[in-house]
Write a protein that binds this ligand. Structure first.
Ligand SMILES: [Zn+2]
Length: 512
């Protein structure tokens, strides 16, 4: 009887479940001359957690397996099957909550979210409705040099559902995805522009990747985002009727969809149409949002078979101690500590692995370098241009890179000592990247020694000058470009091995 009361008590609390409660003070209808509107945007993000097995059974979570090959009675929801919570899911979800600055709730619980859809054979999804895992977080964003907090209302765990594939006259369902562990992150309506939404998603993705809790890949579906958009006259504080936009599969499309939706709602208000709460689908081909359906509210009831999740102090403290320095802070530290420009710091901290790689390079460079910002910047340049290009070309991440930070720095040292030229270094670099060999070894094998000997270079210069009397004449007449041509000839003659600085110096001296 007591339990029944408890359940009834909870049922009574059911309220429309959206990002924000709608107040709708006075409907925004009709054109109001001179009124400026601002967009009120909230996001709901689903992130798949990185675990070996599913949320309540031991089925594999691997992506790309043949349809319905990773299923069992539990994730298919067959009668009598009993879900058992995977501890790793709680650990990953709690870590995610901490890097999003949320307060972890000591006790959270699971509920059944009841609705009917072909991708959900058991008729309910296991989620956390009444007592989520965490609340009141935030993500720092930086747009046009201004840092701002986007608040997170709550973060909860839930299982994924199956995937429908629609063909010609037939719809198929794959349950490999059913029961995968997800977290749902719901923001407060703090976002004001498509640009801020994009930056927020980028930071959220970066924080979660830094913590190692998810791949956060929108293309593979390990990060999905719905946007709630409404408008209000600028300077007012009420929340008006929103629409929910779904089906965006990249950050760029989220931004485009929001941008479209803002324009559409403004037109609709000006036409005097009545705003209705509904869901819209983003059509990337046409670049518009299309009305899908009215927003259905799914009732929730406590799950009878799953006990509460209780987080102990010691567990939270140990997770806290494992947290990494996050991208925005790390990027600001890079600017301060290494003197590199902000755009470089932003690229280098875009992933934890890349930022670690850069810092290992800096550490290795202390053996030969002076720790100057020029050297730090040159290391950054090599990573951002050559290394990232090769990685992209191969389609691999920095983790699979054969070229160690020490080897890269050793190569830069060879340039500084004048052993090889910057141009030769590019050739050496590609070889190092392919084979993992040290720069000194490649230089020896390929005979790539730079010619810095003045006597040898002077002989070559004399010959070039004799062969190009008219160019020499041009230079003497004040044509600066002529010098570049002559340097180029010397470089060609030496197959790029001449030290360009010395050639420049000798040529200028000789032509005076
Ligand atoms: Zn299963």
């Amino acid at each position: 009887m007591k339990i029944l009361n408890f359940v009834r008590d909870r049922w009574a609390k059911i309220i429309p479940r959206g990002v924000f409660t709608i107040v709708n003070p006075a409907p925004l209808r009709g054109a109001r001359p001179g009124v400026e509107y601002e967009a009120i945007i909230g996001l709901e993000i689903h992130v798949q957690l990185k675990t070996e097995s599913k949320m309540f059974c031991s089925c594999s979570t691997e992506f790309g397996a043949p349809p319905n090959s990773q299923v069992c009675p539990v994730c298919l929801g067959l009668p009598g099957a009993l879900p058992i919570l995977n501890e790793k899911v709680v650990e990953q979800a709690a870590k995610a909550a901490l890097v999003l600055n949320c307060d972890l709730l000591k006790v959270s619980s699971f509920d059944k979210k009841i609705y009917f859809y072909p991708d959900l054979p058991k008729g309910y999804q296991i989620s956390q409705y009444y007592q989520p895992l965490a609340r009141s977080g935030y993500v720092d964003i930086k747009v046009r040099n201004t840092r701002r907090k986007i608040r997170i209302r709550h973060l909860h765990m839930e299982e994924d559902v199956g995937k429908l594939v629609h063909g010609e006259g037939v719809s198929l369902v794959d349950f490999n995805r059913a029961g995968l562990p997800l977290i749902e992150i719901v923001t407060e309506p703090d976002i004001r522009s498509p640009e801020e939404a994009g930056e927020f998603l980028m930071r959220l993705q970066s924080n979660l990747r830094y913590a190692g809790v998810s791949e956060c890949n929108m293309e593979e579906g390990s990060l999905r985002c719905d946007a709630n958009v409404s408008l209000r006259p600028k300077g007012t504080h009420e929340l008006y009727t929103k629409t929910e936009v779904k089906n965006m599969n990249s950050f760029k499309h989220v931004m485009k969809a929001i941008e479209y939706e803002i324009k559409r709602q403004k037109r609709s208000i000006e036409k005097g149409e009545k705003a209705v709460l509904h869901t819209r689908c983003w059509d990337p081909e046409r670049g518009i949002t299309v009305k899908m359906r009215g927003k259905a509210l799914a009732p929730c009831t406590p799950h009878p078979d799953l006990g509460p999740v209780i987080l102990e102090e010691g567990f939270i403290a140990s997770l806290r101690s494992q947290l990494p320095e996050l991208s925005l802070n790390r990027s600001e530290r890079f600017i301060q500590q290494y003197g590199i420009p902000a755009p470089d710091a932003s690229v280098l901290t875009s992933s934890k692995e890349l930022a670690d790689y850069y810092e290992e390079c800096i550490e290795a460079s202390s053996a030969f370098g002076d720790g100057s910002w020029e050297l730090n910047k040159r290391i950054a340049n090599w990573i951002m241009s050559e290394l990232l290009r090769e990685l992209k070309g191969k389609g691999i991440g920095i983790g699979a890179c054969k070229l160690s930070p020490q080897a890269l720095v050793e190569m830069i040292a060879l340039i500084d000592r004048g052993t090889i030229s910057g141009k030769m270094a590019k050739e050496v670099f590609v070889e190092m990247f392919e084979t993992g060999k040290r720069a000194s070894q490649i230089v020896k094998e390929k005979g790539l020694i730079q010619i810095s000997d003045e006597e040898t270079l002077t002989k070559i210069i004399e010959r070039i000058l004799k062969e190009n009397p008219e160019v020499v004449e041009d230079y003497r007449k004040g044509k600066e470009k002529a010098l570049g041509y002559l340097v180029g000839q010397v470089m060609r003659e030496t197959e790029g091995r001449a030290n360009p600085q010395i050639v420049n110096k000798l040529l200028k001296k000789r032509l005076k």
